[in-house]
Design a protein around this ligand. Structure first.
Ligand SMILES: [Zn+2]
Length: 526
């Protein structure tokens, strides 16, 4: 997660010969510049079919689909594929030079020639003009002319979903409807079946991202179903999804078992991805390894271009990060944020993710250990109220410093706000300590997140609590932390509210480790 300035990305960017990034138009705190959806196409032919990886959020579906279609239009133009029609002034002028009885014959022979070679370019007939529409197929009418107002749009043959989250799958219904209305053939949808489908369906919050709910959102007849009961084509680890430029398809040979020999087709005329399971962010997360060109890896939300991601299961998440590192990717194409353009930076990026998690875990253990101690390192009684009031003071001081740095640039020259005395908060916290049921060593989750991130920003705390929670679950499995419940103050942003039941955590790991660490910090101090 990143707060503050993030690099600006263009709406549609060709990142390599095979890969174009289309922004989801859904920027936000969690989505950074918006979801990156990627179009993959063999570079040999802008009119070749495409693979689309991920879409956008439901609320930005229209903007995203418009942008995607414009890009497909551009590919159609680039391809130089022409349709034949005879209504332009230039065409009419050319045809008017012919004897009248030959006009139909000439028209028919031109249509035949174009049908043979869509890029034949011998006659100045109208190709694209205002009001012309795109279509996926040529409509040759009875009199031999094609429908004058329709053009051909390259097909999206496969849509691969890296995982179930709505900012990746939410624009799917709108996209499928739009493709159908443009006459495109229905694509195949690929997704790893959610292993926790039953839990997702049972949870009110997660239900919209269950396979069943996503299926139900898809308009009938707009995609190629895997089976009547299963719209998604299931992703199996190791599965390869590929596109071959139709112009080169005759080069594709098969071995005696009927397996296609992709390598016989020049690299420029194909694009393919191999699917890899990388659970952790969600249980159904996959990454996709491109087999051509720069052999980049599409990481979904497992790795982002900037900041860190959230995860449900830390242990499997760490395994997934190590799997990605072992692939030695040359390029990382994350689902949010800029791509990582070379092998050295990709490696460093993945290693940073791994060490970041380790550091975070150490910090959590450290805070839990400190708070579980009866006295602070300088011998005073351990007092949660004063720790939290000190944090409030530090946050205020930081805000003032930021304000002072910006003030000269502001029209109104912001003035400093006097430091609040926090007496109300202090009284409420003291009451919570007295009337609540918090055991000395057990820390409410909200306190842990505040101390960890040194912030009271409710959105940040909410987002952080998920990853902190995953760390705690891992520590719990390793018998280092214990979960509990207690009545304590409800913390919401800067407010200290009434007593409520909250989740608490305490350190129960090996004491020798705690002692060793305490000794180490003491030695460092000395
Ligand atoms: Zn996600």
């Amino acid at each position: 997660m990143v707060i503050g300035n993030i690099e600006r990305l263009s709406d549609a960017t060709k990142l390599s010969a095979h890969v174009t990034r289309i922004l989801g138009q859904n920027p936000g705190l969690m989505t950074l510049q918006g979801t990156n959806s990627y179009l993959l196409q063999p570079p040999s032919n802008p009119h070749a079919p495409l693979i689309l990886i991920d879409t956008s959020s439901p609320h930005t579906a229209n903007q995203y689909v418009d942008l995607l279609l414009v890009h497909l239009h551009h590919l159609g133009l680039e391809s130089g594929t022409r349709e034949t029609h005879f209504e332009s002034n230039v065409a009419k002028a050319s045809l008017s030079n012919l004897p009248e009885d030959q006009v139909d014959q000439v028209k028919a022979s031109l249509v035949a020639e174009r049908a043979e070679n869509g890029r034949a370019d011998e006659l100045m007939l109208v190709e694209y003009g205002p009001g012309s529409k795109w279509t996926a197929t040529y409509h040759v009418t009875a009199n031999g002319s094609t429908n004058s107002s329709e053009r051909k749009l390259p097909n999206i043959e496969h849509i691969i979903l890296t995982h179930r989250h709505l900012d990746h799958v939410g624009a799917l219904p709108t996209l499928l409807r739009a493709l159908k209305s443009h006459g495109c053939p229905p694509p195949k949808l690929w997704k790893f079946p959610s292993p926790d489908e039953a839990e997702l369906c049972a949870s009110e919050r997660d239900r919209p991202t269950s396979d069943a709910e996503i299926w139900q959102s898809l308009p009938a007849g707009t995609y190629q179903s895997f089976s009547p009961l299963q719209p998604f084509h299931p992703i199996i680890p190791g599965l390869m999804i590929s596109i071959i430029d139709p112009v080169y398809r005759h080069l594709l040979k098969h071995d005696k078992d009927g397996k296609p020999k992709w390598n016989e087709v020049p690299e420029i005329a194909r694009v393919s991805v191999r699917c890899l399971r990388t659970p952790g962010h969600t249980q159904d997360s996959v990454s996709l390894v491109m087999l051509e060109g720069e052999k980049g890896v599409f990481t979904g939300d497992t790795v982002l271009g900037q900041g860190t991601t959230t995860f449900l299961d830390l242990a499997s998440y760490m395994t997934s990060l190590r799997t990605l590192l072992a692939l030695k990717p040359n390029v990382l194409y994350p689902a949010h944020g800029p791509h990582i353009p070379n092998a050295k930076e990709s490696r460093a990026h993945l290693e940073e993710y791994i060490t970041h998690r380790q550091i975070r875990e150490d910090q959590i253990v450290n805070i839990l250990q400190k708070l579980s101690a009866r006295t602070t390192s300088d011998g005073n009684p351990n007092n949660l109220t004063s720790i939290l009031i000190d944090l409030k003071r530090a946050i205020h001081a930081q805000a003032e410093a930021d304000n002072a740095a910006k003030a000269p640039l502001m029209v109104d020259r912001r003035k400093a706000i006097p430091m609040p005395d926090f007496e109300d908060e202090k009284a409420s916290l003291e009451r919570a300590e007295k009337e609540g049921t918090r055991p000395q060593a057990a820390v409410p989750m909200s306190v842990l997140c505040r101390l960890l991130y040194k912030s009271e920003d409710e959105r940040l705390i909410f987002a952080a609590s998920k990853s902190v929670g995953a760390h705690l679950v891992k520590l719990e499995k390793e018998d280092k932390a214990r979960r509990g419940r207690a009545r304590w103050a409800d913390l919401a942003g800067k407010e200290v509210g009434e007593l409520v039941e909250v989740e608490t955590w305490e350190y129960v790991g090996p004491p020798e480790q705690a002692e060793a660490e305490a000794k180490e910090t003491k030695e460092k101090k000395d």
